[in-house]
Ligand binder design. Structure first.
Ligand SMILES: C[S@@+](CC[C@H](N)C(=O)[O-])C[C@H]1O[C@@H](n2cnc3c(N)ncnc32)[C@H](O)[C@@H]1O
Length: 312
């Protein structure tokens, strides 16, 4: 199994402007790659609180024995509760490194990978009630097509949905490779044989996002992260696909805007004040060397904002 190599590590430390003694909330602990580097940066007088929904992350967290590290096993959409549990009121920095880690992808039993045979589970949090198998079994053809289109931007969403419905009428679709075969049968030969992209990539992404309500959790987590930040504190987020990155970008631009009035009004009536300034006008992306050493980093986009003083 591949170890998880943290992405844009030094870029994250620099863009967050981490300093000794600071309190950092790492919303996506994973295997602790970023957390370990954050602990170094804030030193023994600082504190890092890690969150993750994955039970394997909890085991990895137990390996970090630093007295200034805490871990709470919660979805970051509930980061306010996690902070309360840890007795922390405000933080200097909030960080998200979205998606799944390499060991999660490699652990066949999780069902995230379209390359290895496994039950169609895809739940990051085992307490969630609906697995990918159940979602495929229970959703209507229209709902399935919508999921594949909305969360996978899959061009062949309708055809794949109709092939899924035909297949499940014969027998429930239980494993990753059964689903891959159905997708391959539904898409045109050119898509099936394309070398740059696996034909099941978008469908698997869509199902994972739907099963875990990843985009809903991201919207809630970002808003709550901003509330938890001290004035002058920074929030950074690494996204790996355009759906996530669009949400992060829109959230940051919305809170950085001077005015929220509809276009065309002769003067501002909303009295909105920007809450943040953009630290990264454009997202930071990995260097060619990082992409060569860790191909998983190739689509990473890091965006960072800083919370403005209240009386700006
Ligand atoms: C890309 S990995 C993070 C890797 C980590 N930065 C490291 O260097 O080891 C993303 C992690 O976020 C977790 N995750 C995804 N969505 C989450 C959510 N809504 N709440 C908490 N954790 C989440 C996943 O379980 C996974 O462990």
């Amino acid at each position: 199994m591949n170890a998880h190599v943290p992405v844009l590590l030094e870029e994250s430390v620099r863009a967050l402007d981490l300093r000794k003694g600071e309190v950092v909330l790492d919303c996506t602990f994973g295997r602790g790659g970023h957390t370990r580097r954050f602990l170094e940066a804030v030193g023994p007088t600082g504190l890092v609180l890690g969150l993750d929904v994955d039970s394997a992350a909890l085991l990895a967290a137990k390996e970090i024995t630093a007295p200034n590290f805490r871990f709470v096993a919660l979805n970051f959409r509930n980061l306010d509760i996690a902070l309360r549990t840890a007795g922390i009121e405000e933080v200097d920095k909030v960080f998200f490194d979205l998606g799944v880690s390499s060991p999660q992808l490699d652990e066949a039993a999780r069902g995230f990978s379209y390359r290895t045979e496994a039950p169609l589970d895809m739940r990051l949090d085992k307490d969630l009630v609906t697995s990918a198998e159940e979602l495929l079994q229970q959703s209507s053809e229209g709902e399935l097509a919508q999921i594949l289109w909305d969360f996978g931007e899959e061009r062949w969403a309708k055809r794949i949905a109709s092939f899924i419905v035909l297949a499940r009428a014969k027998a429930p679709i239980k494993t990753t490779l059964e689903l891959v075969e159905i997708i391959k049968a539904a898409v045109p030969k050119a898509v099936r044989q394309a070398e740059d992209q696996h034909p099941a990539r978008r469908t698997f992404q869509a199902l994972r996002i739907a099963v875990n309500d990843e985009l809903g959790a991201l919207k809630e987590g970002l808003e709550k992260g901003l509330v938890a930040l001290k004035n002058g504190g920074r929030l950074g987020c690494i996204a790996f696909h355009s759906l996530e990155d669009r949400i992060v970008k829109q959230f940051m631009i919305h809170h950085a805007r001077e005015c929220l009035c509809p276009q065309g009004l002769p003067q501002c009536v909303c009295n909105h004040r920007p809450q943040v300034k953009l630290i990264t006008k454009k997202p930071l992306v990995p260097t060619p060397d990082e992409v060569r050493d860790n191909p998983r980093s190739r689509s990473a986009h890091l965006r960072v904002i800083e919370k403005l003083p209240r009386f700006y």
